[in-house]
Structure formats: structure tokens, C-alpha cells
Design a protein around this ligand. Structure first.
Ligand code: FES
Length: 117
């Protein structure tokens, strides 16, 4: 069972830059994407860096040709320590989706954002 916790105002979460909040003794990054708000624990599952403080970015798509196609701009966060890329919506590490950053549900009520922990 989860509990709803006030996190911040919606205006505090900018595009391309997560709002880092401290809720329930956890550091959590809240991201604003086209489809709404998403939240990840600010701890990288690789070696524990502050994952959400890395750049919000896209990645190069795998193609059948020898070309580089940049894709998914703004949908990923790249850990600043070793460059692992995570899907902001699911928390999945792109190279191995069984490795996940912990994610939290987010809800909006008026101008307030809540985390469900
Ligand atoms: S600690 Fe995040 S990629 Fe290594």
C-alpha cells in the first residue's frame, strides 16, 4: 500500500530539468514529459550516483544501417557517473530492462504534485 505525499507545485517542475525533492527521507526526481509527470528515485541502480542529476536526453536508435539516428529526446535520463541511460517513464535501463531505477506514481491536484510512496 502506498501513501500520498505532497512533493511540490507543478510550476516547480521544468521541462528538461527534474525537480529534486526530499519526501519520506528519499531523494526523488520529478520529471515533466509530454504525457505528464514521472518520478524516479535519485539513486542509480548501478553504483548509487545521484541519477536524476544527470542530463535529460535522448539516445541513438539501433538501426539496420551504419547510421546514427538520435531518438526519444527528453524521455531519458543519463547517469552522470558512467552514462547508463534510463527510461524516465519506466525506470528501465536501456541496455538491460531488468535493471530498473525505482519509480513512483505521481498525481496532480490543482497546482500540487503528489508522490505515492
Ligand atoms: S552509478 Fe550510474 S551509471 Fe554507474
Amino acid at each position: 500500500m502506498t501513501t500520498r505525499h505532497f512533493a511540490c507545485k507543478t510550476a516547480d517542475v521544468l521541462r528538461d530539468a527534474p525537480k529534486i525533492v526530499s519526501v519520506s527521507n528519499l531523494s526523488i526526481g520529478i520529471f515533466s514529459l509530454n504525457d505528464g509527470y514521472h518520478a524516479l528515485l535519485n539513486i542509480c541502480p548501478h553504483k548509487g550516483a545521484a541519477l536524476c542529476e544527470g542530463p535529460v536526453c535522448g539516445t541513438t536508435r539501433q538501426t539496420s544501417d551504419r547510421e546514427f539516428v538520435y531518438d526519444r529526446a527528453g524521455e531519458l535520463v543519463r547517469c552522470a557517473w558512467h552514462g547508463w541511460e534510463f527510461d524516465i517513464r519506466s525506470g528501465e535501463f536501456l541496455v538491460d530492462p531488468t535493471v530498473k531505477a525505482r519509480r513512483f506514481d505521481v498525481s496532480v491536484e490543482g497546482d500540487d504534485l503528489y508522490l505515492h510512496i
